[in-house]
Design a protein around this ligand. Sequence first.
Ligand code: UD1
Length: 419
Amino acid sequence: MSEHFLVTGGNRLEGEVLVGGAKNSVLKLMAAALLAEGTTVVTNCPDILDVPLMADVLRGLGCEVQLEDSEVRITTPAEPKYHADFDAVKQFRASVCVLGPLVARCRRAVVALPGGDAIGSRPLDMHQSGLRLLGARSEIEHGCVVAEADDLHGANIRLVFPSVGATENILMAAVLARGETVIDNAAREPEIVDLCNMLNEMGAKVSGGGSSTLTIQGVRKLEPTTHRVIGDRIVAATWGVAASMTRGDVRVRGVNHKHLGLVLDKLRTAGAEVTPEVDGFRVIQRERPKAVNFATLPYPGFPTDLQPMAIGLAAVAEGTSMITENVFESRFRFVEEMIRLGADARTDGHHAVIRGVPVLSSAPVWSSDIRAGAGLVLAGLVADGTTEVHDIFHIDRGYPRFVENLRGLGGVIERVGSE
Ligand code: UD1
């Protein structure tokens, strides 16, 4: 039995919503627990499907993992196993972040490659070439990425693109390598800073987190720690965009508004009043949103993960918006579903041109990934009638208590089963 959402449009979102820990942080922090023998505790974990899936990956590697409320306790043995098999990793891509920690701890890692992804090809060449520069051999063998190292040593590594995953894997291997590693053109995302902070709490020597140069002095051993995950800026911004699209008034809590500088500026350009607050921000939109151009880029640029929401906003804005996708080539596939909802949109390669219409028109639509799914629900909130959003397991992978949160803001949404 699969489930779908029924979303009825026409309501203004109003009220307050609390955001949990960042999905794109918590999974890497859980992987980092492999780096130290003993019990590491990660708090403020979001209640999303990927957290228990990651717990299973770690169990497969010999860890004991307990999940309780928003806390995960990971007890890593003296000698973790080094093979993450396909059954454990197939359901989500982020599992590849165990590669770096396993090479560091076991000097050998075999991690099955997860399947394809709807947002575009996601090669691991930068992860592998970084590990090679640290002294590892790395190949793809029988559907697995294999990395082995007799001796890991510091190196100067310049990434050809500031990949989030490659930065994380190389960083987590370098913390236990001999000598100094410098990663140039490193990703600068807040989730990388969160990981650097946790590694330093464990006894690592990492500096430059949040800049494009990370410097790591390798240490012999790390100790377990207790670390609180930062708030999820993508979930937070989803609610902010929803407020703007529905001409609502929403206060978002549990996130650092500084992690959303450019996104909040774009909402201001769309005509929203955006007020930064100590623990979040507030978005009030009084008139129909105005058209805004967006170009996705690595942080601090506009996040590719918010591109579907930006398209939703553009679809009902006054005027024509141009959206450019620079990170994942296939992310515009979801625009077909927006067109089904009456959006006036054209794509050409990396570009989409969207002429805003006053209101969308409900239809059955299919989510292809987490963010596309959330973008379609937002579109359903400004469509006349009731929109069916299918394949919502994607949304459950990234948005904790999605229905409850949306209803709490006055959105009309129902989860129903279907044969
Ligand atoms: C992470 C996020 C994802 C976000 C993305 C970009 C997690 C779990 N996921 O994904 O939500 O959309 O960052 O902000 O944190 N690339 C290569 N070779 C490599 C690695 C990457 O060519 O070895 C390319 C990718 O195909 C893509 C681009 O680099 O075009 C960015 O990918 P990357 O930053 O690595 O994204 P992820 O870490 O996979």
